[in-house]
Design a protein around this ligand. Structure first.
Ligand code: PRP
Ligand code: ZN
Length: 304
């Protein structure tokens, strides 16, 4: 048996974006999940050193196909790319065969319609008979159909934001994250077509048990990582009498640990994990309720 046959059977392949808005967040998430990988300069593959999981660095638009065609078991990609692919497949009479396993807490952006700053806009009907440039022809087509608008979809492979200035389109349908690209090109966002964030997708094919076990472990770790990003560990001192009020103020916490304070029977220490961010306002309310010696710490790892 050749090495590649063995690899295909035992090592998970995860496709991630080669360079772009998701790349750093994707590798960061995987490293927080404990993955150590080595990757030669300009290499397409990152080899997982401590997990049977290899990374394939590819163009984000290629990720759905790689997962669908079973070249990769998993893919980390924007929902915008996945939804565009789904519609494209449907238009060809095929059902998509990948499954979204997790919605992730990064890569937030939206696919929006934008028009030149000085163009009038009274709603989707303003697009009637107009040309709209996009790299997402299926999502845009779907949006236009939903609103009963007849408009020309101008499919481009990139640089959509300059199409109106070049006279190639009257409006665009493109991804917006900070909005700075639109401002720089004197365009204004008028409608959201799709809200997007990064997602983890898997092949529809059944995976061998040992591979599946690693998928499950990875999912559990991803959940842990996403949970701690929001979580804080809070410690404070409080008079026993203030406990009911204080417990009500602790954001998203389960039963806190109450510890008696040596030589001070009326006071206790309260330790709690808060599954939401703890803001200054909360600390101020806790203090007003009688708490003192407040301390908020980040949580490093969590396993339920
Ligand atoms: C998108 C989009 C804009 C830019 C908007 O491209 O096409 O150029 O991001 O971001 P902003 O609102 O923060 O200025 P992206 O980098 O995702 O490249 P891709 O579409 O080729 O994947
Ligand atoms: Zn892309």
């Amino acid at each position: 048996m050749s090495a590649s046959v063995i690899d295909k059977a035992t090592r998970l392949k995860l496709a991630i974006q080669k360079s772009g808005r998701l790349t750093d967040h994707s590798t960061d998430l995987l490293m927080r999940c404990g993955l150590k990988f080595s990757r030669g300069k300009d290499q397409l593959v990152g080899f997982g050193e401590n997990m049977p999981l290899d990374l394939l660095f590819v163009r984000d638009d290629d990720i759905p196909d790689l997962v669908e065609e079973d070249v990769c078991d998993l893919g980390l990609v924007g929902l915008n790319v996945i939804e565009e692919k789904r519609l494209e497949m449907a238009a060809r009479g095929h059902a998509t065969r990948f499954e979204v396993l997790r919605s992730l807490d990064f890569g937030r952006c939206r696919l929006s319609i934008a028009v030149p700053d000085d163009a009038a806009w009274t709603g989707p009907e303003s697009l009637r008979g107009k040309r709209v440039a996009t790299t997402y022809p299926f999502l845009l087509g779907n949006y236009l159909r939903t609103h009963g608008i007849d408009a020309e979809v101008v499919t481009l492979s990139g640089a959509v934001e300059i199409a109106p200035r070049l006279g190639r389109a009257d409006a665009i349908c493109d991804l917006v994250s900070t909005g700075s690209t639109l401002i720089a090109n004197r365009l204004r966002e008028v409608e959201t077509v799709l809200q997007s964030n990064a997602v983890l997708v898997r092949t529809p094919l059944e995976l061998p048990a040992d591979k599946m076990a690693w998928v499950e472990r990875l999912l559990m770790r991803i959940d842990g990582v996403q949970q701690v990003r929001e979580s804080k560990y809070i410690m404070l001192h409080a008079p026993r009498s203030a406990l009911p009020a204080i417990r009500k103020l602790l954001p998203g916490s389960e039963s806190p640990t109450i510890i008696p304070l040596e030589g001070n029977p009326d006071k206790v220490a309260v330790h709690a994990v808060c599954r939401e961010n703890v803001f200054w306002e909360t600390l101020e309310s806790l203090k007003a309720a009688g708490a003192s010696a407040l301390l908020v710490l980040p949580v490093e790892k969590m396993l339920a």
